[in-house]
Each structure stands twice: as C-alpha cells, then as structure tokens.
Design a protein around this ligand. Sequence first.
Ligand SMILES: Nc1ncnc2c1ncn2[C@@H]1O[C@H](COP(=O)(O)OP(=O)(O)OP(=O)(O)O)[C@@H](O)[C@H]1O
Ligand SMILES: [Mg+2]
Length: 584
Amino acid sequence: MLKWLWSFIKPYRVRLTIAAIALLVTTALTLSLGQGVRMMMDDGFAAQSQSGLGDALSLFVIIVLGLSVGAYFRFYMVSWLGERVVADIRKKLYKHLVSLPPSFFEDNLSGEIQSRLTTDTTLLQTVIGSSFSFALRNSLTFIGGLALMFITNVKLTLIVLMVVPLIVFPLVFFGRKVKKLSRDSQDKIATVGAWAGESLQHIKVVQAFTREDMVNEQFSDAAEGAFEVALKRIRQRALLIALVMMLVMCSIAGMLYVGGSDVLTGQLSAGELGAFVFYAIMVAGSLAAVTEVYGEVQRASGAAERIRELLATEPEISSSAETGNLTVEHHENPTEIEEAQLRFDAVSYSYPSRPDTKALNDLSLSVAPGERIALVGPSGAGKSTLFDLLLRFRDPQEGIISVEGHSLHDLNLNELRSQFALVPQQPVLFSTSVWDNLRYGCPDATEEQVIAAAKAAHADEFITQLPDGYHSFLGENGVKLSGGQKQRLAIARAILRDPKILLLDEATSALDAQSEHLVQQALNELMKNRTTLIIAHRLATVSHVDRIAVFDHGKLADIGTHEALMESSDLYKRLAQLQFNKTL
Ligand SMILES: Nc1ncnc2c1ncn2[C@@H]1O[C@H](COP(=O)(O)OP(=O)(O)OP(=O)(O)O)[C@@H](O)[C@H]1O
Ligand SMILES: [Mg+2]
C-alpha cells in the first residue's frame, strides 16, 4: 500500500521534505524539554537557587517557542499533503470510473462506488494527513527518548524495556484482525448507503406501494449489520489499548520503585530521575500512540485496497487512438453515397449475464447515408440493444459493425460517438438548469441556437412558462417536469447537437397526440438528409420513413416499405392490424 501511495506523494517531494525537517526539529525539541526538567530540579529545587530556576525556565520557554514554529510547519505541510494526495486519488478514480463501459455499472451498485469515492478516500486522507505524521513523530520520539533513557540510566532503561516484546506481539496479532474487520465494515457501510440511495431516489414507488416499513426494516438490518462488524473491530482495539496501557504503566511503576530507591541511597540525583521519568513517559506515550494509529492505518489500507481494485478494472472496450477516420465529409462526393453509412454484418450479441439467449441474432443490415429506417417489433426484440452496440457501449460477440466503411474497433471512441445524437428510451436529465441540460451535447451553443432547438422540439412554450424560464432548476433527473416535457427536452438536446446520425428510441412515446404531431414535424425536418434510426412501437409515427425493419427475438425478420411489409411479413401485418384497428 505504501508503494502505491508513494506514487501519489512523489510529485510533492519538496513539501514532504519540509514536513520531514519540521518533524525532526520538533521531535528533537520535545525531547530536549527533558533537560529543562533536569535543570529545574537539580539547579533550581535541589540547589535551592532562584536564579537556577529562572535559567531553567527561560531555556524552557525558548524551546517551547521553537517547538511552536516547528509544529506550525509540520501540521500545515502534512495536512496539505493529505488533502492534496486524496484530491488527486479522487480525481484519478473518477476519471477512471467515467471511462468504464455501462456494463460495469450494471454489475456494481452506483451507491457502493460512490462510497469508494467519498468514504474510502476520506479514510486515506486521515492517514496521510494526520495519522501518518503522528505515527512518524511518535516513532521518532520513541527512538530518541529511548536513546536518552540509555544515556541517563542504563539499569532503569532495561527494566522498562522488558515489557516491549510483550507489547509488540499483540500489536501485530490484533492488527491483522482489525484490518480484516475494517474491510468488512466498510463494505457494509457501502451497501447501506447504496440501498438508502436507491429507495430515496424512487420514493414515489416506495410510498405508492406502502413499503416504507419494509424499506425501514431492510435499512435497519443493514445498519445493525454494520454496527455489529464495527463492534467487533472496536472490541479488538479496546482490548489492545487496555493491554498496552497496563503493561506500560506497570513497567513505569517498577522503574519508579527502583529509581526512587536509588535516589534515596544517593546513587541518582532527583533531576536525573525526573528527566528519566519524563523520557519514559514520552516513550510510553509514543508507543501507545503508535498502537492507536496502527489500527487506523490498517483500516486505511483496507480502503486503499478497494480503491486500487477499482482503479485496476480494465475497461473491456478500448478506444483506438487513431483519429481522423471519420472526418471526411461524405456529402460532398456523390459517388460515395452508394457506400453504406452504417453496416451490420452477421452481428450476434448476448448479454454477459444471459449467455444463452441472443439479444441480437445474426443481424445483417446496411443503412445508406441520409436514409431513415424505423425499427419495430415486439418488446424485448433487441431494438435498444442495437443502439447500444452502435454507440459501442458493448461489443458484439460475433460479426462486424461499421460506420462509413470503418469497423467500430478501428475508430476512436470519442470520434465515433460524436457522429451520433441519441434520444434514449428513458429521457435523462441532469440536476441543473434547462439551459445546461439542453447544451449538454453541445456546450458551445449560443443562446439563439439553444432557443431555436427548443422551439423545433416544441419545448420553448413550456420552458418559458417555468418560474425561471431557461434557468429553471429541474431537480434530480428532471423530477419537476412531466414525462412529455422531459422527452421534448431530450429531443431538443439532440437537435442542438446536429449530428450526422440520429438515434431515436421511442422519442415521442410520452407525448399527447397534438404535441406528438408537432414534434413529429420537427423531427421530420431534422431527419432530412440525415441518417436516422428510429425505434417506435406505434406504427403510425413511422409511416414517413424510407424502410421499416421488423425485429423479432433478436432477428431481423423482414425489412421494406409499409406496403411491401403488409404483403410479405405476417408479424408486421399483425402489428399493423392491431394498432390501426384500435385507432380507428
Ligand atoms: N443490461 C441487460 N442485461 C441483460 N439483459 C438485457 C439487458 N438489457 C436488455 N436485456 C435483454 O435483452 C433483450 C433485448 O432488450 P432490448 O432492450 O434491446 O429490447 P427492445 O427491443 O428495445 O424492447 P422495448 O421495445 O421493450 O424497448 C431483452 O430480452 C432484455 O431482457
Ligand atoms: Mg427498448
């Protein structure tokens, strides 16, 4: 763990050096206070001298002044390092998480990952920013104090030292246990957080189904579980602290008895004993402090382990570094129009969690530039999956997908994805203003462009009626909007991006007949000369496309115009009859 941490601390070597110097100086000064104690007792009290006492105390004050200055630098530098390093680790972790494919987040609870980002890194910060320097300072005090003890009196030192092996053994033994328990406890806390987050986010469903009690119970079980694990850890540490304290104090008592006898017989001066006791207390205190911190370091190393695990997860989808493949403007050269813009060649995909069912099965399809294709078919047929593959959120197990003649594997991910604008099946809005949400895919858009896009999606009207217009805050995932309003914002966002290829997944499903008609017109405008894949359940909304692809159980069952499909595809005919009869 230290080696890993060092890679984050290394860039700040200068600060580390200053901190180390301050640490050494303050430790040396603290220990030299012992000489002040000796002077005070021998030159002041024993010699019954007022001036001796004054000298001793002036020395004391000077040392304390130096100590304060040193302590300032030590504390400042070390805390600075702790905060800095943790900020760096957080940034690195977040950057890594954002690069992971969506499948990673399907298998890991987002709340749990957030806890890694916050709780675990905070633990690390405590260790680097305080515990570590605390431990180092105390170790130095321990070594220095021990040396001074030997110099002052060898016999007494040996008496004190007899207990050291008795302390080190439980320290190592308990430390291992604490580390394991602390990892368990952090895991528990992360799970608790994740559950709480989920139920709070979906509070309407929880309350509508009156499951508050059940959620409460779940949460309190989890919280109690976390408490149990924490309790085990605390017991271990309490035991350790008590044991160490007892041993240390016993040895000090023994030493005081022997030393006191020596003073009585005149073999030792009172000042020497005083200084020795001062050192011994310092040494014992530092040892106790190190044991305290040791537990904390163990906890932090559990945290570091988890962060390292997360950082080590390789994104299974890697981007080709090569850019520029897609920048050739194809519209300028009419001969290229013949070439397919999108092409699926015998593509099969099954979700990793369901290896036996193929969500897409031996799919071949090519889409010409500017062509508008509708994807229809029963629920679960694999339509949305196809979009996922196109955006390369997942890689197919078999077959090749290409954009403008380049296999997706040969394209830079950013470049590939910037060809598309997606209106997802569930519109996603971020908890900022309308303004920021609209400009999400196109941060440089001007005010006029944003408003034009909103007008085209028939969103302008309702936006201007919001309390703060375009600057209204939308709440988490747009809770302050209706379903249809969210959808229109998602469409406006796509319009603003002005992509080469448009992907619409049930983009108008939540709109009433009138707004649907209006938005449809806007979309028709947008789809002109633009390759478009549009998924729709209601066939009426896709009557104007060039071709309709019928999906069934992951297979492309048929493709053609509405009229042709009415002849050739039983499935399509059935769907059409059901819907049109109903609407009539
Ligand atoms: N993340 C996932 N992990 C495992 N299986 C999934 C996942 N997402 C979808 N599936 C499964 O893959 C199949 C195809 O799903 P897909 O979302 O592509 O359907 P769809 O055609 O878009 O349906 P709908 O019209 O209802 O949106 C379904 O059987 C679904 O259960
Ligand atoms: Mg879908």
